[in-house]
Design a protein around this ligand. Structure first.
Ligand SMILES: Cc1ncc(COP(=O)(O)O)c(C=O)c1O
Length: 308
């Protein structure tokens, strides 16, 4: 398998789909708790989708998945939510039994930290999220059918170029300015849809940072932070979703927990903003999914503590 570095995981998904599924109008099974850019990328590239149910603990509803299978389905997408691994073998068996492709969405974790991951037909990842890069979305695939040399590198804007000279410096000052002069983003509200992104490769600066990063060290630090937030949640009447991590094959993008109400969730967003700690919601859902009461209620109670 080869890994290609684009600017975003959505671009990786696009080229993965176009290289693997030629059949027009074929359907992809996608979980119903997912960032809007995933269904939008699938639909924009002329594929169709069918949602399968995700439980509150972020495992798939296997009965629902089995009921959704039909002859027009070409692939199933498995998402390692927050960087925590799904039951990979079960997904593999499901895809094999139904003679469909298995797409791995590893956007919340780090790229290629385990070479054994060859159970999928293609895998995408978004290292820009875990490493705070300007760009970076990988595609791991056997046979890319596109000439990526035609693509240009993600262009940095002036502000980004300037910040490459003092990244990490002035962090405390930036937090001070942010909390005193900026308004807290309203994470409790589903944001407007993101603008479309052109197809780019990763920019040189982000490529260098990614290559020079000690991924193992970062992963271990993130596991420690994840476990810290899990303990913090228990002490503060919040409900951890996953148990503490020790797994070598995990790299958590954040630590998700449930609150008891929408109001309590907003309290923690405000708490994070005041303290300069990144506390946020996930995901930005496409409006049709938000109409589902169960999904909407889950989003209202989900709080993400950053592990970056
Ligand atoms: C599960 C999942 N997959 C894919 C993506 C797309 O990643 P990117 O923003 O790098 O395109 C996201 C983004 O938010 C995501 O949460």
């Amino acid at each position: 398998m080869n890994t290609i570095l684009f600017s975003h995981a959505r671009t990786a998904l696009k080229f993965g789909l176009l290289s693997s599924i030629e059949k027009k109008n074929s359907y992809i099974l996608v979980p119903d708790y997912i960032c809007e850019v995933v269904p939008n990328t699938i639909l924009l590239n002329n594929y169709k989708l069918i949602y399968y149910r995700i439980n509150d603990d972020f495992t798939p509803d296997w009965q629902d998945l089995n009921e959704k299978i039909n002859k027009n389905i070409s692939a199933v997408m498995m998402v390692h939510y927050f960087g925590i691994r799904q039951n990979v073998n079960k997904f593999f068996d499901f895809a094999k039994k139904n003679k469909i492709l298995l797409i791995e969405d590893n956007a919340h974790s780090l790229i290629n930290w385990n070479d054994k991951n060859t159970y999928f037909d293609f895998s995408i990842s978004s290292p820009r999220k875990n490493l705070n890069l300007f760009s970076g979305g990988s595609l791991t695939i056997d046979n890319l059918k596109y000439d990526i040399n035609k693509l240009i590198k993600y262009p940095l804007n002036k502000k980004q170029i300037i910040s490459t000279f003092h990244k990490k410096k002035f962090d405390k000052f930036k937090i001070f300015i942010k909390k005193n002069f900026y308004k807290r983003p309203k994470y409790e509200i589903n944001f407007d849809e993101e603008e479309m992104i052109t197809d780019y490769l990763i920019d040189d600066y982000s490529y260098k940072v990614l290559n020079n990063s000690n991924l193992k060290k970062i992963k271990n630090l993130k596991i420690k932070k994840f476990n810290y937030w899990n303990e913090f949640a228990l002490k503060n009447n919040l409900k951890p979703i996953f148990s503490n991590l020790s797994d070598d094959e995990t790299c958590p993008w954040c630590c998700p927990v449930y609150s008891n109400s929408k109001e309590e969730t907003i309290y923690w967003y405000k708490w994070g903003w005041k303290k300069g700690i990144f506390v946020f919601s996930w995901p930005n859902l496409i409006p049709s999914l938000l109409k589902d009461n169960k999904i909407n209620k889950r989003r209202e109670r989900l709080i993400c503590f950053s592990t970056n």
